[in-house]
Design a protein around this ligand. Structure first.
Ligand SMILES: Nc1ncnc2c1ncn2[C@@H]1O[C@H](COP(=O)(O)OP(=O)(O)O)[C@@H](O)[C@H]1O
Ligand SMILES: [Mg+2]
Length: 264
């Protein structure tokens, strides 16, 4: 059974108008998407900017309410964030692109993780939290000493490890990563991707990994769903995608990635 099941998902937004006289139109950001993520599976959702990837992620997180279709998690419907049980809220965690803006600059790393436990007491360690904190940090490859530092004192890669630690501290079963390594240097990207692969295995996580970058897909994905203008045009194994892409749009993406590698 799939951990995450997305069926017929549709989201439209009001299109920006250049003048008040212009007719109101809508942008169909997501136009009937079906997508599954299995247990301990990493599914990459790829596509160029504006194809609707983040909107899918935001629906999974309950931050956007779709006009059509539905999402279920372990067989239970995933509604808007405000209506989720604490348990569902906790089980689905997100890692954003820019750890700089998703981590509170006034809090130490330790306080950031403890805050997550305060909001979700069901998974907070009993008694002294120091040992548990050190363990969570060590899980993401950080020294216990990082707990006393603020995000501004950390590198981009370290900050993203803290974001992952905060998510992991809640013992999620599904991690949604939206362009989670896109702001990092290539070598740091690889370290974070390896970390995510290890964590997935150790913590039995399912991962929905959103990226526009096919080089990243190659490093992390078991399966790949390709999105183009709100529609999934291909959903296949990572191996198949790179060796025998079916859809012309996917072939175009692969060619473009290949050309970029040639230039770099
Ligand atoms: N909150 C919003 N209001 C209006 N339009 C939006 C909003 N969010 C996304 N869109 C539009 O929906 C489409 C898909 O956007 P998005 O899901 O962010 O794509 P991606 O993550 O693949 O770059 C784009 O045309 C974008 O401009
Ligand atoms: Mg996006």
């Amino acid at each position: 059974m799939s951990v995450l099941e997305i069926r017929g998902l549709r989201v439209a937004f009001a299109a920006p108008r250049r003048s008040v006289r212009e007719r109101r139109t809508t942008v169909q950001a997501v136009d009937g998407v079906d997508l599954d993520v299995g247990a301990r599976e990493t599914v990459a959702l790829v596509g160029e900017s504006g194809s609707g990837k983040s909107t899918v992620a935001r629906c999974v997180l309950g931050l956007v309410t779709p006009q059509g279709g539905g999402i279920s998690f372990e067989g239970r419907p995933l509604g808007p964030i405000g209506k989720r049980s604490p348990e569902l809220h906790r089980a689905v965690q997100m890692v954003f692109q820019d750890p700089g803006s998703s981590l509170n600059p006034r809090m130490t790393v330790g306080a950031i993780v403890r805050e997550a436990w305060r909001v979700h007491p069901s998974v907070a360690p009993a008694g002294d939290q120091r040992a548990a904190l050190a363990r969570v940090l060590s899980d993401v490859g950080l020294d216990a000493g990082v707990a006393d530092r603020r995000p501004s004192a950390l590198s981009g890669g370290q900050k993203q490890r803290v974001s992952i630690a905060r998510a992991l501290a809640l013992r999620p079963r599904l991690l949604v990563c939206d362009e989670a390594v896109s702001a990092l240097d290539v070598s740091v990207q690889s370290q974070i991707l390896r970390l995510l692969v290890d964590l997935r295995d150790e913590h039995d996580l399912s991962v929905l990994f959103i990226t526009h970058d096919l080089a990243v897909v190659r490093q992390i994905a078991d399966r790949v769903a390709v999105m183009h203008r709100g529609v999934l045009v291909e959903d296949t194994s990572a191996e198949q995608l790179f060796t025998a892409p079916q859809h012309p749009y996917t072939r175009g993406l692969l060619r473009a990635a290949h050309d970029l590698e040639g230039v770099a």
